[in-house]
Design a protein around this ligand. Structure first.
Ligand SMILES: Cc1cc2nc3c(=O)[nH]c(=O)nc-3n(C[C@H](O)[C@H](O)[C@H](O)COP(=O)(O)OP(=O)(O)OC[C@H]3O[C@@H](n4cnc5c(N)ncnc54)[C@H](O)[C@@H]3O)c2cc1C
Length: 384
């Protein structure tokens, strides 16, 4: 049953499905609580899907963000969890748009062929959270490069990535005229760096997220991306792609749980009829379906604008907001519809319920999305 998806990209969807269907619910359940899906990531890489956004001249697939979003959606819709590798897609833009030719030649072909993984994105800090400009991790120029001191939190996949993209302060907050100045972005090889400590954080779903401690870590001088002090803008530039891709994962999650709930409620009989005949069961599923369809339209419009080089911040933010709420509504309705069996691990509903709940909070929480729309689109006063 094809719920929600557009009629476009059929061949791409079929190609992704061919890979992801090798990894069934039992595979994903066996990984819990925190094993990294090495086999799955390797299969996706071999099929060329993880390097999709790398331009063809660097050995990648040269895909659009629309196509990348379809890849992630299909992974989620198959019951898989793209969080093991999605950052490779959404943080790539920082390197593509702002990296030097030398950096691109060094990293992109290796990312495309899977010999290097770019999965770690260090922005959030314990003392900064949503207020990114308050980060305190410091990068200072030293003779042989940059010396990094500080701490990141929620740096997902850091234990399974070769490369990290890091946002750090090169000028302290107190010394800049504008709070968004003085932040810089770096790309470097994390393996075998002296002074770098990574500690896993146990979370409610399998996300391989960590705390990263930098204690006099020295990275090479050419790790700096673009100009010193302009990193906040570079990171912001990548946010629209991130929002669109996360929205697409949510739509995939929604498809998965709805399809399961539809089969179950058509088959399960209580009081002599399928439970799906009861409006109390049917309506929450129908409402979630409508929400997912609406979110999907905004997601494709956001992606279309992104690929055409048009302004898309409003659409990308709305897509993320609507899709994360819709997938949660779908997962919640599917859990209710399964009754007690929704809580049985083997049904995969409770797993998706946990996985998709994250996206109302991360990579940006929906309150801040609403604040963006309120202030930048509706022209209302700033609240912070
Ligand atoms: C599993 C997981 C993986 C993650 N992976 C990464 C990663 O790979 N790299 C990375 O850098 N970060 C990552 N993050 C961090 C994530 O981006 C942050 O958790 C998120 O941006 C919210 O920041 P915070 O947790 O500090 O919440 P806070 O900023 O402390 O906010 C807490 C609550 O207050 C509300 N709030 C705060 N300010 C306002 C306001 N002005 N108006 C209204 N409400 C407000 C928020 O909505 C939220 O509900 C991850 C987080 C999780 C949980």
């Amino acid at each position: 049953m094809d719920l929600i998806q557009s009629s476009e990209h059929d061949a791409l969807r079929a190609g992704v499905r061919e890979v992801v269907e090798r990894f069934d619910g039992a595979y994903w359940r066996a990984l819990e609580p925190d094993r990294y899906p090495e086999e799955f990531v390797a299969a996706l890489t071999d099929a060329g899907f993880l390097g999709a956004l790398v331009p063809e001249e660097y050995g990648g697939g040269g895909a659009t963000v629309t196509e990348a979003s379809v890849i992630l959606e299909e992974i989620s819709a198959s019951g898989g969890n793209p969080s093991a590798c999605h950052a490779q897609m959404y943080i790539m833009g920082t390197l593509l748009r702002h990296g030097s030719e030398e950096q691109k030649r060094r990293y992109l072909p290796a990312i495309a062929d899977g010999s290097l993984r770019l999965q770690a994105f260090g922005v959030t800090e314990p003392g900064a959270g949503s207020e990114t400009t308050r980060i305190r991790t410091r990068a200072e120029r030293v003779e042989d490069g940059w010396r990094i001191n500080g701490q990141k939190i929620w740096t997902s996949r850091a234990l399974y990535s070769d490369l990290m993209i890091l946002l750090a302060r090169t000028t302290p907050y107190e010394d800049v005229a504008k709070k968004t100045d003085g932040l810089s972005v770096f790309i470097f090889d994390m393996r075998d760096l002296e002074g770098l400590t990574i500690k896993p954080i146990a979370t409610m779903m399998n996300h391989n997220t960590t705390e990263v401690f930098f204690d006099d870590v020295v990275i090479p001088a050419d790790a700096l991306i673009g100009e010193e002090g302009r990193g906040f803008r570079y990171i912001l530039d990548g946010m629209n792609a991130e929002r669109i891709l996360i929205a697409s994962e949510c739509i995939g999650d929604g498809r998965f749980v709805l399809e399961r709930a539809i089969s179950y409620t058509n088959e399960r009989e209580v009081f002599g009829r399928p439970i799906g005949a009861n409006q109390g069961v049917q309506f929450p599923l129908a409402r979630a379906y409508a929400q997912l369809c609406a979110a999907n339209l905004v997601r494709f419009e956001a992606a279309r604008r992104f690929d055409a080089g048009e302004a898309c911040a409003s659409e990308a933010n709305m897509a993320k907001l609507l899709a994360s709420e819709a997938s949660w509504a779908a997962a919640n309705a599917a859990l209710d519809a399964h009754g007690g069996f929704g809580f049985a691990v083997e049904y995969d509903i409770e797993r998706k319920f946990r996985e998709t709940r994250l996206y109302q909070v991360a990579p940006i929480n929906n309150n801040l999305v609403l604040a963006y729309l309120g202030q930048h689109v509706l022209g209302l006063p700033k609240s912070y």
